[in-house]
Design a protein around this ligand. Structure first.
Ligand code: G3I
Length: 341
């Protein structure tokens, strides 16, 4: 990646020494992150649920620990995220927060304070932010509402304010709208909603630089080449529409779920690798893709194991290294895609 002027990286978690969960606290995993990554992103530690224990306080302990480790390793860090615009991902206190006699003003103050404080704390050490994460409801293309956005005057006003505030607080940074887009067939409403949101940002002059293409992918069967070919038309139509509006693209959370595949590890790993290769070949044909973040380097820590275990007893294998940190065909596929980019 570096030889092509790109950066490849991964999310990283905070963990107590000895606590084994995708953290630099595990020396073997730390060595892997330091060796393979040119960029890091906190998996959870910058979210409101992590840093806003209450409306009047911040807790940066875990995020600061990640920044300190990254700084020691001279690794740049992306910010994820300044606003995850869904009720279930806001902190619990937000649901019943009393916004007082002038709710619009109080909600705006809370959001501006949040973004200004986070951006101010990390300054130029963070060069790219997922300012808003997953604001579009995939079921019907609409924007979610939260207690904050209801008080503030609606989701559009809330998202616009988030980006304007981030531009002022971190004028050096790339500002990203980040979403997962539901690539699988039959989910077009999600992409339609994202396109409408991006069009609205342009129309209203909101400072959004790039679309974060999360890339939590799902193999569509054992013939991964055929599967990527089948999805390619739909992918390209969407990405062409996004780039035609002038947005850049960032691959922010890549992993590949081994659905519709037999338990056999060899077959699953090959299909995941082929699907990854097809996807990256397509993505890297868009010149604005410079940063590629994996959502974890090792199967051992992948969120997918908890979110959607396989129906059989086999472990999920969505990452480039297995649960004992041995490189898998997916790693070879990523390297090959980068080499031929
Ligand atoms: O740390 C607590 C632990 O103390 C507690 O005992 C345990 C009980 O549930 O929860 C632990 O927190 C969990 C946290 O992950 C750390 O493991 C949360 O419940 C769990 O909800 C949280 O899940 C994260 C999820 O976002 C929600 O924040 C996943 O790790 C993380 O991989 C996932 O990442 C998201 C991106 O931010 C946005 N795009 C999709 C992606 C995958 O869902």
């Amino acid at each position: 990646a570096a030889s092509k002027g790109m950066r490849l990286g991964s999310c990283v978690a905070w963990g107590r020494p000895g606590a084994d969960r995708g953290s630099f606290a595990n020396p073997a995993y730390a060595a892997l992150l330091a060796r393979d990554c040119g960029l890091l992103v906190p998996e959870n530690e910058m979210k409101w649920q992590a840093i806003r224990p209450s409306a009047t306080s911040f807790d940066f302990t875990h995020m600061d620990a990640i920044m300190a480790w990254a700084t020691a390793k001279r690794l740049p860090v992306r910010g994820h995220n300044l606003l995850w615009h869904q009720p279930k991902w806001m902190p619990r206190w937000e649901e019943n927060h009393d916004f007082g006699a002038n709710p619009a003003q109080a909600a705006a103050r809370l959001l501006v304070e949040h973004i200004t404080t986070v951006c101010g704390r990390y300054g130029t050490r963070i060069g790219s932010y997922d300012v808003v994460n997953e604001a579009v409801n995939p079921a019907d293309s609409t924007l979610y509402q939260t207690a904050l956005s209801r008080a503030l005057g609606g989701p559009e006003a809330t998202l616009d304010l988030a980006f304007h505030t981030a531009r002022t607080a971190a004028p050096h940074a790339e500002l990203v709208y980040n979403d997962y887009m539901s690539w699988e067939p039959g989910n077009a409403k999600h992409r339609a909603g994202v396109l409408a949101l991006l069009e609205g940002f342009k129309r209203r002059g909101v400072p959004v630089d790039s679309l974060g293409v999360q890339s939590h992918l799902v193999t569509q069967g054992p013939d991964a080449r055929a599967a990527t070919a089948a999805l390619e038309g739909e992918w390209r139509r969407f990405l062409d529409a996004v780039t035609a509006m002038g947005y850049g693209l960032v691959i922010t959370e890549l992993d590949v779920r081994d659905n519709k595949l037999p338990a056999d590890i060899g077959a699953r790993d090959r299909a995941v690798a082929d699907f990854t290769r097809g996807y990256l070949d397509l993505m890297l044909s868009y010149p604005s893709v410079r940063d590629i973040l994996l959502w974890g380097l090792s199967d051992r820590y992948s969120w997918i194991e908890g979110f959607e275990p396989r129906p059989d007893t086999a472990r999920r294998r969505p990452c480039p290294y297995d649960d004992r940190f041995v490189a898998k065909p997916m790693r070879t596929a990523i390297a090959a895609a980068l080499a031929s980019a």
